[in-house]
Design a protein around this ligand. Sequence first.
Ligand code: CAA
Ligand code: FAD
Length: 385
Amino acid sequence: VLRPASLTTFTDEEQMLRDTVKRFAADIVAPKVREMDENESMDPSIIQGLFDQGLMGIETSPDQGGAGCSFTSAIIAIEELAKVDPSVSVLCDVHNTLVNTVLRKYGSKEQQEKWLPQLSESKLGSFCLSETSSGSDAFALKTRAVKDGNNYILNGSKMWITNSYEAEIFLIFANIDPSKGYKGITCFIATKEMGIKIAKKEQKLGIRASSTCTLDFDDLKIPEENIIGGEGKGYKIAIEILNEGRIGIAAQMLGLAQGAFDKSVPYTYQRQQFGQPIGTFQGMAFQIAQAAIDIESARLLTYNAARLKEEGKSFTKEAAMAKYWSSVVAQRVAGSAIEWAGGVGFTRETGIEKFWRDSKIGAIYEGTSNIQLQTIAKFIQKEYS
Ligand code: CAA
Ligand code: FAD
């Protein structure tokens, strides 16, 4: 197994968290991975296990039920889970880096006290931004919120919502005044019991155990105290949280690449052809070495972005770079890992092909690869013109 990159040093606490997640992933997640992929569903015992291990409020303060760990710890957890199952990884990622973080950063004291303990202890969260006609162009969303006394009434629908099949708490972005364009976008917190309907559960190429649903809101009544960060602040909340969240997806793709590498490389030293282990042919050995460089570069970009964020420095460009590059590396390494194992790698039995199917999503969600390039390009233009 590759050692952590030389430039990224971890605290004892972070190292302990890595060991805990590694054990959880090996003992609890690994035996269920294939079955969950085949059944396209998340085993409820895994979600419960994540809560029991304290992994669903990683950065939340202990007095609000969380573990009070660093942002880098959350990134470590996502990486370790993805080495075994990228679906479990994204469940934990969305819950922590998107849902909990919105509340930690923008929630009032009362909102934090009400929602963060539930999210740390037992209730899964979803982040509902995308719609049928607004994916990359997220701020063109059409879900409408209209004030009615002390409530807002929401109408519209959301598409592609991760965790939403199992979730009980939902952050919903809706426009309270379309005449203001994206400056009308407002963030609401809602519960399933308020009347959120699942209209469709998607069947996907990869991360099949992670639920992705379309949600309908028909006169969904949300009390005004459930607005987070103030009216019209939703667009800024969404994108600032996504800037951070993208480091989480970079970690998911990094873990995925490492997981595929770890499954396939040992096989190349066991399998003999032409009287020698296939991994010792130069044609194979050099591919393996190049994949190790790819993984190391993705690791450096990912943890560099995480540390910059943690130190309060500008990190948006670096996060976009990390997400873009880790997604490239994940696809490349997972594809090679199949080839290194030959026919065996192509079967569902080894789980190597699953990493490749799962890798494809890295270039799509939390901003497509083109959106990351656009973000990076805007920074370069600002820096050089
Ligand atoms: N960081 C901070 N602010 C940003 C920003 C960034 N990266 N990008 C844009 N903004 C701000 C601008 O400063 C501007 O705000 P002000 O008017 O206050 O100055 C405002 O956003 C609009 O800017 P633009 O006109 O440049 O933006 P746009 O409308 O062309 O696109 C965007 C903005 C929607 C954020 C787009 O760049 C983007 O990122 N699209 C992808 C959406 C996305 O990531 N969706 C993920 C959904 S959640 C998910 O996918 C979870 C999961 O799967 C696991
Ligand atoms: P489009 O925006 O239609 O993009 C299609 C293609 O056009 C892409 O290649 C894109 O790069 C390109 N393109 C678009 N605009 C430009 C441009 N300006 N310049 C160059 N190229 C461009 N959303 C949520 O809110 N919450 C979630 O939990 C969530 N989970 C998801 C889980 C899954 C499995 C999937 C598939 C999606 C999820 N999403 C979620 C939505 C996700 O963020 C969007 O799919 C993504 O932002 C892309 O939007 P789109 O699918 O509409 O593609």
